[in-house]
Unconditional design. Sequence first.
Length: 95
Amino acid sequence: MLAGHATLITGGYSRGCEDVILLPVTPEVDQRFTQFGNLDNDHFIGEFAFRSAIVGQEIQRLRREVECAGDGAFLFPNVPSGEYLLIARVTWSVR
């Protein structure tokens, strides 16, 4: 099981994630995401730039996706040991 919270905080405001994608780190996943730099830390990647990285038959086969609770909590049951890339989607609107 993998459980956590994904929240974007800026300017004193916070917003929980809408959904989370979990991808095991494989050579193909690593190759697709190297364009975004070192992924060992937190990164903000715009959704439009990111879309091309999560398409493709192999990526679709490997990915798992869950919706987040209102506070940004998520849970993936039955996750085997290994290294994973966790991608949380947060929509932030400016008025």
